[in-house]
Design a protein around this ligand. Structure first.
Ligand code: SAH
Ligand code: SF4
Ligand code: F3S
Length: 482
């Protein structure tokens, strides 16, 4: 990203109150500390931002990196060598929390060797009171803690940390505010996530997200389109529209607009090639959306439609607001209208009260829909959610059911993946193949990965590829000369 012109900000004045001007002031102020810090360290200060969560969490990390670059930090991958480490945490399942605590121990040792090092924690886990108490008590070496609602305040909090002793803690319970136009540094040059809304109002009984991400609020279509236009001008060809329940996009806006209408407006942006989105909730996926997808040339042939369970009894206890039959009807309607679409899903196993028969229902849905892929999770009890108070399923039973389901999911996915062998499909090349550097890895419109012998210069480009072989969940292919 281009360096902001921060030089005409007068740091002898008070910080402005309005955003984003206030944060630009603090970016400039934080930058003024870098010279002295470099001298103490003997090198340009380095920082590492670690993402623990979902794509929204990853997008937040890009905003943190954008701010840090403007301040003058050199961004590195390796947290073991960084002078500032930020953990952008997730708390959707307990194992995400455990990973954070585990890695914090190692960071403490690193900090003992580097007295100028700073450690900051932010993200969803920090919105839980019990977590903050635990860190204040047992992880005193952490310098800055902030949450999901004030993530844009990084520069301001860093300045506070530079100017006074002790832990800086700033957590907000909720917010109505959306701060636009902050610096952001993308991980990929050619694709980007875009927040279209924040928060969630659904309160599925197992889920902590509404508690840690706050109430639902949509960005204005104008801001979204302006951001995408700027991204396209900067080389982006694929966008992923992000929200916890994109189908309810627009409900809190003055302007009347549905998610399907937003998609149509985005489709008109010249130069943009591919549009993806996640996550739609099955309970309010409209016919309008199906038709818009069907008639679109840019919206990818992929729908991630979390089912969570195939048992109506469990779905009711989960507060998902659809039945097994509703879901099946919807999935089959989508398959009928858009035959080349890939359907993927999320499934939770071991929700309180789940029996062998309930899992049979889930397996039945997996088979009937024929999911192209499914993320299967073991239920994790989250403090404060209604399901945490329900009677839990014994661990060994959950493990058995989980393995049984996973086997079916993999069989079904493997069968689906083979279907395109022999066809020529467009592939967006994303990166050099991890195992064979003469190959590139890319993605089909339907989100399946493809490995192709091709030159690095094609990264970020969309090229026709003949799919020659299916290997489980991915394809091998050959470039088609055009
Ligand atoms: N908003 C999205 C999902 C966000 S969380 C939606 O409604 O689909 C991503 C996935 O994590 C969920 O789809 C669910 O399958 C899983 N998940 C959420 N809470 C969980 C919990 N307590 N235990 C296990 N998995 C959970
Ligand atoms: Fe969680 Fe349900 Fe909201 Fe998704 S829709 S984030 S599962 S509460
Ligand atoms: Fe995402 Fe995890 Fe938060 S899944 S919204 S980072 S709890």
């Amino acid at each position: 990203m281009k360096r902001l012109t921060l030089d005409n900000i007068d740091l002898s004045l008070e910080a402005p109150l309005e955003e984003p001007a206030r944060q630009y002031y603090f970016i400039a102020k934080a930058r003024s500390f870098m010279g002295e810090l470099s001298k103490k360290l003997g090198h340009t200060p380095t920082c590492a931002v670690v993402t623990f969560g979902c794509q929204m969490n990853a997008r937040d990390s890009e905003k943190l990196v954008g701010t840090l670059e403007q301040i003058g930090y050199q961004v590195i991958e390796e947290e073991g060598k960084a002078d500032l480490v930020i953990y952008n945490t997730c708390t959707v399942r307990d194992n995400a929390n455990q990973r954070v605590y585990g890695r914090l121990g190692a960071l403490n040792n690193q900090k003992k060797k580097n007295p100028h090092m700073r450690i900051a924690l932010c993200g969803c886990m920090m919105q839980e009171e019990a977590v903050i108490e635990k860190i204040k008590k047992s992880y005193r070496f952490v310098d800055i803690i902030f949450g999901t609602h004030n993530i844009y305040k990084l520069a301001e909090l860093l300045v506070t940390s530079f100017t006074r002793e002790g832990m800086v803690v700033d957590i907000w319970k909720d917010t109505d505010k959306i701060v636009e136009d902050l610096p952001v540094e993308r991980k990929y040059t050619f694709k980007s996530g875009i927040n279209i809304m924040f928060g969630c109002n659904n309160f599925c009984s197992y889920c902590i997200v509404p508690y840690v991400r706050g109430k639902e609020r949509s960005r204005s279509p104008r801001d979204i389109i302006r951001e995408i236009e700027a991204l396209v001008a900067d080389g982006v060809v694929e966008v992923m529209l992000l929200g916890q329940n994109v189908n309810s996009y627009g409900t809190n806006l003055e302007e009347e607009i549905t998610f399907a209408e937003l998609l149509q407006r985005i489709e008109e942006i010249p130069g943009l090639k591919r549009i993806r989105f996640m996550t739609p909730h099955p309970k309010d996926l409209s016919d309008e959306l199906i038709q818009v997808m069907k008639n679109s040339t840019k919206i990818c042939r992929h729908l991630h439609l979390p089912v969570q369970s195939g048992s109506t009894r469990i779905l009711e206890r989960m507060k998902r607001e659809y039945t097994k039959e509703d879901y099946l009807k919807l999935a089959l309607k989508i398959r009928k209208e858009i035959p080349d679409i890939a359907l993927t899903t999320d499934i939770i196993v071991g929700f309180p009260g789940e029996t062998h028969e309930d899992v049979e229902d889930t397996i039945d849905v997996v088979k009937q829909v024929g999911f192209d892929n499914a993320f299967t999770f073991i239920y994790s009890k989250r403090t404060g959610t209604p399901a945490a108070a329900m009677e839990q399923v014994p661990e060994d039973q959950v493990k058995k059911e989980f393995d049984r389901l996973l086997k079916v999911v993999q069989e079904v996915a493997r069968e689906r993946c083979g279907q395109l062998v022999g066809q020529v499909e467009e592939v967006l090349f994303e990166e050099i193949n991890g195992q064979d550097s003469s190959m590139l890895t890319g993605r089909l419109s339907n989100n399946t990965t493809v490995h192709v012998k091709a030159d690095e210069s094609l990264i970020g480009k969309i090229c026709p590829v003949k799919l020659t072989e299916a290997r489980g969940f991915y394809y091998l292919g050959e470039l088609v000369k055009t």
